[in-house]
Ligand binder design. Sequence first.
Ligand SMILES: NC(=O)c1ccc[n+]([C@@H]2O[C@H](COP(=O)([O-])OP(=O)(O)OC[C@H]3O[C@@H](n4cnc5c(N)ncnc54)[C@H](O)[C@@H]3O)[C@@H](O)[C@H]2O)c1
Length: 343
Amino acid sequence: MRESYLAGGRRTTISAERGAIRRLAENGFDLGRRVLVVTDDGVPSAYAESVAGQAKEARLCVIPHGESSKCFAVLENLLAELVRGGFDRHDCVLAVGGGVVGDLAGFAAATYMRGIDFYNVPTTLLAAVDSSVGGKTAIDFMGCKNIVGAFHQPRSVLIDPDVFGTLPDRQWRCGLAEAFKMALTCDRETFEMFEGFDSLDDAKAAVEEVVARAVRVKKAVVEADEREARLRKVLNFGHTLGHAIESAAGGKLLHGECVALGMLPMCATDLRVRVEKVLDRLGLPTRCGFRAEELREALMHDKKSAGEKIDAVLSEEAGTYLLCPLAPEELLGRYRATFEEEL
Ligand SMILES: NC(=O)c1ccc[n+]([C@@H]2O[C@H](COP(=O)([O-])OP(=O)(O)OC[C@H]3O[C@@H](n4cnc5c(N)ncnc54)[C@H](O)[C@@H]3O)[C@@H](O)[C@H]2O)c1
Protein backbone atom coordinates (compact mmCIF):
# COMPACT_ATOMS: atom_id res chain seq x y z
CA MET A 1 0.00 0.00 0.00
CA ARG A 2 1.20 3.48 -0.74
CA GLU A 3 -0.96 6.50 0.09
CA SER A 4 -0.38 10.16 0.73
CA TYR A 5 -2.29 13.06 2.20
CA LEU A 6 -1.93 16.80 2.33
CA ALA A 7 -2.40 18.59 5.64
CA GLY A 8 -0.86 21.70 7.16
CA GLY A 9 0.73 22.51 3.80
CA ARG A 10 2.79 19.32 3.88
CA ARG A 11 2.42 16.06 1.96
CA THR A 12 2.87 12.92 4.00
CA THR A 13 3.43 9.53 2.39
CA ILE A 14 2.30 6.35 4.09
CA SER A 15 3.61 2.99 2.89
CA ALA A 16 2.86 -0.46 4.18
CA GLU A 17 4.78 -3.52 3.11
CA ARG A 18 6.19 -6.58 4.82
CA GLY A 19 9.94 -6.29 5.41
CA ALA A 20 9.98 -2.60 4.47
CA ILE A 21 11.61 -1.59 7.78
CA ARG A 22 14.89 -2.65 6.13
CA ARG A 23 14.25 -0.44 3.09
CA LEU A 24 13.48 3.02 4.43
CA ALA A 25 15.18 5.00 1.67
CA GLU A 26 12.94 3.34 -0.93
CA ASN A 27 9.97 4.48 1.09
CA GLY A 28 10.53 8.21 1.17
CA PHE A 29 12.85 8.42 4.19
CA ASP A 30 15.75 10.83 3.65
CA LEU A 31 18.25 9.55 6.22
CA GLY A 32 21.39 11.04 4.71
CA ARG A 33 21.68 13.41 7.69
CA ARG A 34 21.62 13.39 11.50
CA VAL A 35 18.74 11.24 12.72
CA LEU A 36 17.51 10.95 16.31
CA VAL A 37 15.96 7.47 16.46
CA VAL A 38 13.54 7.23 19.39
CA THR A 39 12.18 3.93 20.67
CA ASP A 40 11.11 2.46 24.02
CA ASP A 41 12.43 -0.43 26.08
CA GLY A 42 9.34 -2.57 25.35
CA VAL A 43 9.90 -2.51 21.59
CA PRO A 44 12.27 -5.28 20.46
CA SER A 45 15.58 -3.46 20.03
CA ALA A 46 16.30 -5.01 16.61
CA TYR A 47 13.73 -2.70 14.97
CA ALA A 48 15.33 0.60 16.04
CA GLU A 49 18.82 -0.82 15.48
CA SER A 50 17.95 -1.77 11.92
CA VAL A 51 16.52 1.72 11.33
CA ALA A 52 19.54 3.46 12.89
CA GLY A 53 21.84 1.35 10.71
CA GLN A 54 20.30 2.94 7.62
CA ALA A 55 21.03 6.53 8.68
CA LYS A 56 24.15 8.49 7.82
CA GLU A 57 24.56 9.59 11.44
CA ALA A 58 22.15 8.15 14.00
CA ARG A 59 21.72 8.77 17.73
CA LEU A 60 19.58 6.15 19.41
CA CYS A 61 17.39 7.15 22.34
CA VAL A 62 15.58 4.43 24.31
CA ILE A 63 12.90 5.75 26.65
CA PRO A 64 11.03 3.74 29.31
CA HIS A 65 7.87 2.15 27.88
CA GLY A 66 4.43 3.25 29.00
CA GLU A 67 2.19 6.31 29.02
CA SER A 68 4.19 7.93 31.85
CA SER A 69 6.98 8.66 29.36
CA LYS A 70 4.75 11.24 27.67
CA CYS A 71 6.00 13.89 30.08
CA PHE A 72 8.21 16.99 30.25
CA ALA A 73 11.17 15.14 31.78
CA VAL A 74 11.44 12.63 28.93
CA LEU A 75 10.74 15.33 26.34
CA GLU A 76 13.56 17.35 27.89
CA ASN A 77 15.91 14.36 27.53
CA LEU A 78 15.10 14.07 23.83
CA LEU A 79 15.62 17.80 23.27
CA ALA A 80 18.91 17.61 25.18
CA GLU A 81 20.03 14.76 22.89
CA LEU A 82 19.25 16.93 19.88
CA VAL A 83 21.29 19.82 21.27
CA ARG A 84 24.16 17.57 22.35
CA GLY A 85 24.19 15.92 18.92
CA GLY A 86 24.44 19.32 17.20
CA PHE A 87 21.19 18.76 15.28
CA ASP A 88 20.18 21.65 13.01
CA ARG A 89 17.09 22.52 11.01
CA HIS A 90 18.02 20.06 8.24
CA ASP A 91 18.20 17.03 10.56
CA CYS A 92 15.31 14.87 11.70
CA VAL A 93 13.64 12.74 14.38
CA LEU A 94 12.42 9.21 13.68
CA ALA A 95 10.05 7.28 15.95
CA VAL A 96 10.17 3.47 16.11
CA GLY A 97 7.43 2.39 18.49
CA GLY A 98 3.79 2.63 19.45
CA GLY A 99 1.67 5.70 20.03
CA VAL A 100 3.65 6.74 23.11
CA VAL A 101 6.95 6.98 21.22
CA GLY A 102 5.26 8.57 18.20
CA ASP A 103 3.42 11.25 20.19
CA LEU A 104 6.50 12.15 22.22
CA ALA A 105 9.14 12.03 19.46
CA GLY A 106 6.76 13.90 17.15
CA PHE A 107 6.36 16.65 19.76
CA ALA A 108 10.14 16.91 20.18
CA ALA A 109 10.42 17.29 16.38
CA ALA A 110 7.62 19.88 16.38
CA THR A 111 9.31 22.07 18.98
CA TYR A 112 13.04 21.70 18.30
CA MET A 113 14.18 24.77 16.35
CA ARG A 114 10.47 25.52 15.76
CA GLY A 115 10.02 22.27 13.89
CA ILE A 116 12.29 19.79 12.15
CA ASP A 117 11.41 16.80 9.96
CA PHE A 118 9.70 13.86 11.58
CA TYR A 119 9.37 10.25 10.37
CA ASN A 120 7.35 7.49 11.97
CA VAL A 121 7.75 3.71 11.90
CA PRO A 122 4.79 2.51 14.01
CA THR A 123 5.37 -0.85 15.68
CA THR A 124 1.94 -1.38 17.27
CA LEU A 125 -1.17 -1.98 15.21
CA LEU A 126 -2.85 0.89 17.05
CA ALA A 127 -0.10 3.30 16.05
CA ALA A 128 -0.20 2.03 12.45
CA VAL A 129 -3.93 2.48 11.97
CA ASP A 130 -4.45 5.54 14.11
CA SER A 131 -1.81 7.58 15.92
CA SER A 132 0.95 7.63 13.27
CA VAL A 133 -1.30 9.30 10.70
CA GLY A 134 -2.64 12.81 11.20
CA GLY A 135 0.09 14.83 12.88
CA LYS A 136 -1.23 15.04 16.44
CA THR A 137 1.74 15.05 18.81
CA ALA A 138 1.57 15.58 22.56
CA ILE A 139 2.62 14.86 26.12
CA ASP A 140 0.46 14.54 29.23
CA PHE A 141 0.59 17.18 31.97
CA MET A 142 -0.93 17.58 35.45
CA GLY A 143 -2.98 14.43 35.04
CA CYS A 144 -4.45 15.53 31.70
CA LYS A 145 -3.81 13.36 28.66
CA ASN A 146 -2.35 15.03 25.57
CA ILE A 147 -2.87 18.49 27.05
CA VAL A 148 0.42 19.96 25.74
CA GLY A 149 1.12 19.32 22.09
CA ALA A 150 1.24 20.48 18.51
CA PHE A 151 0.11 19.51 15.05
CA HIS A 152 3.23 18.39 13.20
CA GLN A 153 2.73 16.16 10.18
CA PRO A 154 5.33 13.45 9.55
CA ARG A 155 7.19 13.48 6.24
CA SER A 156 6.66 9.74 5.85
CA VAL A 157 5.12 6.89 7.78
CA LEU A 158 6.28 3.35 7.15
CA ILE A 159 4.23 0.39 8.33
CA ASP A 160 5.92 -3.02 8.27
CA PRO A 161 3.30 -5.59 9.39
CA ASP A 162 6.09 -8.08 10.17
CA VAL A 163 6.92 -6.10 13.32
CA PHE A 164 3.47 -6.83 14.74
CA GLY A 165 4.59 -10.46 15.04
CA THR A 166 6.07 -9.69 18.46
CA LEU A 167 2.98 -7.89 19.80
CA PRO A 168 1.03 -9.52 22.64
CA ASP A 169 -2.56 -10.48 21.68
CA ARG A 170 -4.02 -7.76 23.91
CA GLN A 171 -2.15 -5.12 21.91
CA TRP A 172 -3.38 -6.66 18.66
CA ARG A 173 -6.93 -6.43 19.93
CA CYS A 174 -6.50 -2.77 20.91
CA GLY A 175 -5.32 -1.90 17.41
CA LEU A 176 -8.19 -3.84 15.89
CA ALA A 177 -10.66 -1.96 18.11
CA GLU A 178 -9.45 1.38 16.70
CA ALA A 179 -9.53 0.08 13.12
CA PHE A 180 -13.03 -1.29 13.70
CA LYS A 181 -14.09 2.11 15.07
CA MET A 182 -13.21 3.67 11.70
CA ALA A 183 -15.08 0.96 9.80
CA LEU A 184 -18.13 1.26 12.02
CA THR A 185 -18.47 5.00 11.50
CA CYS A 186 -17.10 5.55 8.01
CA ASP A 187 -16.81 2.40 5.91
CA ARG A 188 -19.60 -0.18 5.69
CA GLU A 189 -17.60 -2.57 3.49
CA THR A 190 -14.80 -2.79 6.05
CA PHE A 191 -17.38 -3.23 8.81
CA GLU A 192 -18.65 -6.27 6.90
CA MET A 193 -15.11 -7.52 6.48
CA PHE A 194 -14.77 -7.45 10.30
CA GLU A 195 -18.05 -9.36 10.57
CA GLY A 196 -16.40 -12.10 8.51
CA PHE A 197 -13.58 -12.64 11.05
CA ASP A 198 -14.29 -15.69 13.20
CA SER A 199 -11.36 -15.18 15.55
CA LEU A 200 -8.41 -12.99 16.40
CA ASP A 201 -6.24 -15.21 14.18
CA ASP A 202 -8.51 -14.51 11.23
CA ALA A 203 -8.08 -10.78 11.73
CA LYS A 204 -4.32 -11.17 12.14
CA ALA A 205 -4.14 -13.02 8.84
CA ALA A 206 -5.85 -10.06 7.15
CA VAL A 207 -3.71 -7.41 8.83
CA GLU A 208 -2.50 -5.84 5.58
CA GLU A 209 -6.07 -5.30 4.42
CA VAL A 210 -7.12 -3.99 7.85
CA VAL A 211 -4.24 -1.50 7.88
CA ALA A 212 -4.82 -0.33 4.31
CA ARG A 213 -8.52 0.26 4.87
CA ALA A 214 -8.12 2.02 8.23
CA VAL A 215 -5.34 4.25 6.92
CA ARG A 216 -7.55 5.22 3.97
CA VAL A 217 -10.32 6.36 6.33
CA LYS A 218 -7.96 8.15 8.68
CA LYS A 219 -6.12 10.04 5.95
CA ALA A 220 -9.38 11.16 4.32
CA VAL A 221 -10.64 12.49 7.66
CA VAL A 222 -7.36 14.30 8.39
CA GLU A 223 -7.17 15.77 4.92
CA ALA A 224 -10.68 17.19 5.28
CA ASP A 225 -10.26 18.47 8.85
CA GLU A 226 -6.71 18.46 10.20
CA ARG A 227 -7.48 20.60 13.27
CA GLU A 228 -10.63 18.79 14.40
CA ALA A 229 -13.06 21.62 13.69
CA ARG A 230 -15.76 19.05 13.09
CA LEU A 231 -15.30 15.92 10.94
CA ARG A 232 -12.18 14.69 12.78
CA LYS A 233 -14.31 14.35 15.90
CA VAL A 234 -15.64 11.15 14.32
CA LEU A 235 -12.35 9.51 15.35
CA ASN A 236 -13.44 10.05 18.95
CA PHE A 237 -16.24 7.51 18.47
CA GLY A 238 -16.38 5.37 21.60
CA HIS A 239 -13.80 7.54 23.34
CA THR A 240 -15.98 9.71 25.59
CA LEU A 241 -17.36 6.81 27.61
CA GLY A 242 -14.18 4.86 26.81
CA HIS A 243 -11.99 7.39 28.65
CA ALA A 244 -14.36 7.40 31.62
CA ILE A 245 -14.24 3.58 31.74
CA GLU A 246 -10.44 3.74 31.47
CA SER A 247 -10.16 5.96 34.53
CA ALA A 248 -12.65 3.84 36.49
CA ALA A 249 -10.58 0.75 35.62
CA GLY A 250 -7.45 2.37 37.08
CA GLY A 251 -5.01 0.70 34.67
CA LYS A 252 -6.68 -2.75 34.56
CA LEU A 253 -8.07 -2.23 31.06
CA LEU A 254 -6.11 -1.04 28.03
CA HIS A 255 -7.22 1.98 26.02
CA GLY A 256 -8.45 -0.06 23.02
CA GLU A 257 -10.47 -2.34 25.30
CA CYS A 258 -12.17 0.72 26.82
CA VAL A 259 -12.85 2.16 23.37
CA ALA A 260 -14.48 -1.15 22.39
CA LEU A 261 -16.78 -0.89 25.42
CA GLY A 262 -17.35 2.83 24.88
CA MET A 263 -18.62 2.22 21.35
CA LEU A 264 -21.48 -0.06 22.36
CA PRO A 265 -23.76 2.52 24.06
CA MET A 266 -23.27 4.86 21.08
CA CYS A 267 -24.82 2.43 18.59
CA ALA A 268 -28.48 1.96 17.72
CA THR A 269 -29.82 -1.34 19.12
CA ASP A 270 -29.66 -3.45 15.92
CA LEU A 271 -26.20 -2.25 15.14
CA ARG A 272 -25.06 -2.86 18.71
CA VAL A 273 -25.90 -6.54 18.42
CA ARG A 274 -23.71 -6.79 15.30
CA VAL A 275 -20.87 -4.84 16.94
CA GLU A 276 -20.97 -7.07 20.03
CA LYS A 277 -20.58 -10.16 17.85
CA VAL A 278 -17.48 -8.74 16.16
CA LEU A 279 -15.89 -7.67 19.48
CA ASP A 280 -16.66 -11.04 21.04
CA ARG A 281 -15.01 -13.00 18.25
CA LEU A 282 -11.90 -10.82 18.44
CA GLY A 283 -11.76 -11.38 22.19
CA LEU A 284 -12.50 -7.75 23.08
CA PRO A 285 -14.72 -7.05 26.12
CA THR A 286 -18.46 -6.46 25.64
CA ARG A 287 -19.53 -6.36 29.31
CA CYS A 288 -18.62 -3.63 31.73
CA GLY A 289 -19.03 -4.08 35.47
CA PHE A 290 -18.80 -0.44 36.58
CA ARG A 291 -21.93 1.38 37.66
CA ALA A 292 -22.70 4.53 35.64
CA GLU A 293 -22.21 6.54 38.83
CA GLU A 294 -18.56 5.46 38.94
CA LEU A 295 -18.01 7.12 35.56
CA ARG A 296 -19.75 10.38 36.37
CA GLU A 297 -16.72 12.23 37.70
CA ALA A 298 -14.46 11.32 34.79
CA LEU A 299 -17.19 12.23 32.33
CA MET A 300 -17.70 15.59 33.99
CA HIS A 301 -13.96 16.29 33.87
CA ASP A 302 -13.60 19.89 32.58
CA LYS A 303 -17.37 20.32 32.22
CA LYS A 304 -18.49 23.21 34.41
CA SER A 305 -22.07 22.07 34.93
CA ALA A 306 -24.05 18.88 34.52
CA GLY A 307 -26.11 20.62 31.83
CA GLU A 308 -23.08 21.38 29.67
CA LYS A 309 -23.04 19.16 26.60
CA ILE A 310 -20.31 16.87 25.37
CA ASP A 311 -19.62 16.37 21.65
CA ALA A 312 -20.69 12.79 21.18
CA VAL A 313 -20.56 10.56 18.11
CA LEU A 314 -23.42 8.15 17.51
CA SER A 315 -24.01 5.50 14.86
CA GLU A 316 -27.40 4.30 13.69
CA GLU A 317 -26.19 2.20 10.79
CA ALA A 318 -22.90 0.50 9.87
CA GLY A 319 -20.55 2.89 8.07
CA THR A 320 -22.35 6.05 9.18
CA TYR A 321 -22.12 8.43 12.12
CA LEU A 322 -23.87 11.39 13.66
CA LEU A 323 -22.19 14.20 15.63
CA CYS A 324 -24.49 15.06 18.45
CA PRO A 325 -24.01 17.16 21.60
CA LEU A 326 -25.25 15.15 24.59
CA ALA A 327 -25.55 16.09 28.26
CA PRO A 328 -23.47 13.86 30.57
CA GLU A 329 -26.76 12.55 31.97
CA GLU A 330 -27.82 11.35 28.52
CA LEU A 331 -24.50 9.57 28.04
CA LEU A 332 -24.80 7.89 31.42
CA GLY A 333 -28.36 6.89 30.50
CA ARG A 334 -27.07 5.17 27.35
CA TYR A 335 -24.36 3.46 29.41
CA ARG A 336 -26.95 2.21 31.94
CA ALA A 337 -29.23 0.89 29.20
CA THR A 338 -26.34 -1.02 27.60
CA PHE A 339 -24.50 -2.42 30.59
CA GLU A 340 -26.53 -2.11 33.78
CA GLU A 341 -29.76 -3.64 32.60
CA GLU A 342 -27.95 -6.92 32.19
CA LEU A 343 -26.24 -6.85 35.62
N1 LIG B 1 -1.58 11.11 17.97
C1 LIG B 1 -2.75 10.52 17.80
O1 LIG B 1 -3.53 10.86 16.91
C2 LIG B 1 -3.11 9.37 18.70
C3 LIG B 1 -4.21 8.56 18.39
C4 LIG B 1 -4.48 7.46 19.22
C5 LIG B 1 -3.66 7.21 20.32
N2 LIG B 1 -2.61 8.04 20.59
C6 LIG B 1 -1.72 7.79 21.74
O2 LIG B 1 -1.09 6.54 21.52
C7 LIG B 1 -0.70 6.01 22.78
C8 LIG B 1 -1.03 4.53 22.80
O3 LIG B 1 -0.31 3.90 21.79
P1 LIG B 1 -0.06 2.32 21.78
O4 LIG B 1 -1.35 1.63 22.01
O5 LIG B 1 0.70 2.02 20.56
O6 LIG B 1 0.75 2.07 23.12
P2 LIG B 1 2.32 2.08 23.45
O7 LIG B 1 3.07 2.99 22.59
O8 LIG B 1 2.39 2.27 24.92
O9 LIG B 1 2.73 0.57 23.09
C9 LIG B 1 2.19 -0.50 23.83
C10 LIG B 1 3.27 -1.44 24.34
O10 LIG B 1 3.70 -2.26 23.27
C11 LIG B 1 5.13 -2.30 23.23
N3 LIG B 1 5.48 -2.52 21.83
C12 LIG B 1 5.45 -1.62 20.82
N4 LIG B 1 5.71 -2.22 19.66
C13 LIG B 1 5.92 -3.52 19.93
C14 LIG B 1 6.21 -4.67 19.13
N5 LIG B 1 6.29 -4.58 17.81
N6 LIG B 1 6.37 -5.86 19.74
C15 LIG B 1 6.24 -5.98 21.09
N7 LIG B 1 5.94 -4.94 21.89
C16 LIG B 1 5.78 -3.73 21.31
C17 LIG B 1 5.56 -0.97 23.82
O11 LIG B 1 6.84 -1.06 24.36
C18 LIG B 1 4.51 -0.75 24.89
O12 LIG B 1 4.89 -1.40 26.07
C19 LIG B 1 -1.41 6.82 23.84
O13 LIG B 1 -0.48 7.66 24.47
C20 LIG B 1 -2.42 7.65 23.04
O14 LIG B 1 -2.67 8.90 23.63
C21 LIG B 1 -2.32 9.10 19.80
